[in-house]
Design a protein around this ligand. Structure first.
Ligand code: GRG
Length: 296
């Protein structure tokens, strides 16, 4: 295992530990709700967004522990989005990460509530931890970045466009509109909010914003490619589900080979955005590389 793989594993283990702590500290939460929240949070995600938040914090200031609440909050938001995305009213998926989806296990009503609780819980967590760590200005800046990424001009806007789209309405502009909001927005916010916890300069924020954006686009294109090239067993969800749901994806617009080239271009732009950083940014470079070469 090289040093970046081992840093990735260490960060993932730390994030899992803190997610456990977060879920365990839910004394007043009704038992059925706590169980549904924990089921999806601990279902075995890659923890990419929180890893990005910790890595960006480490890069600009070295004190990545300060970014832990941001990292955990963003993973809670990500988990909520997956629970709601799988609902019968959305993608109607039965499997996620190799396990039955939340609504299949707990019923639709509790799955919706678990998603709602994770989303609101994320902001509660950010507000709880911010006063002793940051100036009010920085705390509010972090909360605004995360809220915008999750909200009506970010992830939810992407999802709203996604549910209206179909193979018949496909265009490169529309696919990029959806990818930017549905996927890249939260990945970019993870990098930016993580960096803010370690007092990133305006210049560093600009570079990391561009990194996060291109990383996010490359990530979603790779996700679309995997949907048609990987097996259900490896993906942990039905392969080909985008096509079966008549979804607009990079593959429907560009085909697999051209999608690979576009993902590679975004990867190169993500790497170019880090030019101003020295070898301390090698871990982010490694994550970008992993993101377009991953099988899962
Ligand atoms: C507001 C009702 C309501 C629903 C919101 C916003 C939303 C639903 C859904 C959009 C979120 C979504 C499914 C984006 C796709 C991004 C994507 C490729 C997710 C998979 O991310 P990974 O591979 O997942 O990082 P793991 O399982 O590793 O955590």
């Amino acid at each position: 295992m090289n040093k970046h793989e081992s840093a990735l594993r260490d960060f993932q283990a730390t994030i899992d530990h803190h997610l456990h702590l977060y879920l365990a500290a839910s004394d007043d939460v009704p038992a059925n709700l706590a169980k549904a929240m924990a089921y999806s949070v601990m279902a075995g995600g890659k923890r990419l967004r929180p890893v990005l938040a910790l890595a960006a914090a480490d890069l600009v200031g070295g004190d990545w522990k300060k970014a832990l609440p941001v990292a955990i909050a963003i993973e809670l938001i990500h988990t909520y989005s997956l629970i709601h995305d799988d609902l019968p009213a959305m993608d109607n998926d039965d499997f996620r990460r190799g396990k039955p989806t939340s609504h299949r296990v707990f019923g639709e009503a509790l799955a919706i509530l678990a998603g709602d609780a994770l989303l609101t819980g994320a902001f509660e967590l950010l507000a709880e931890h911010s006063p002793d760590q940051f100036t009010p200005r920085t705390a509010l800046h972090i909360i605004r970045i995360v809220a915008q990424a999750a909200g009506k001009t970010g992830m939810i806007a992407g999802q709203a466009a996604d549910i209206e789209s179909s193979i018949e309405t496909c265009s490169p502009d529309l696919v990029e509109y959806i990818h930017l909001r549905k996927t890249a927005a939260l990945l970019k916010a993870a990098v930016m909010a993580g960096a803010l916890t370690n007092m990133a300069s305006a210049d560093q924020m600009r570079q990391l914003e561009s990194f996060g954006l291109h990383f996010g686009l490359a990530f979603q294109i790779q996700d679309d490619i995997l949907d048609v090239t990987q097996t259900t067993e490896i993906l942990g969800k039905p392969a080909g589900s985008d096509q079966n749901n008549n979804k607009l994806t990079s593959v429907t617009v560009w085909g697999v080979e051209h999608s690979r080239r576009i993902a590679e271009q975004h990867y190169q732009e993500a790497i170019a955005a880090l030019t101003g950083f020295d070898e301390k940014a090698d871990f982010l470079r490694y994550l970008a590389d992993y993101c377009i070469r991953r099988n899962l």
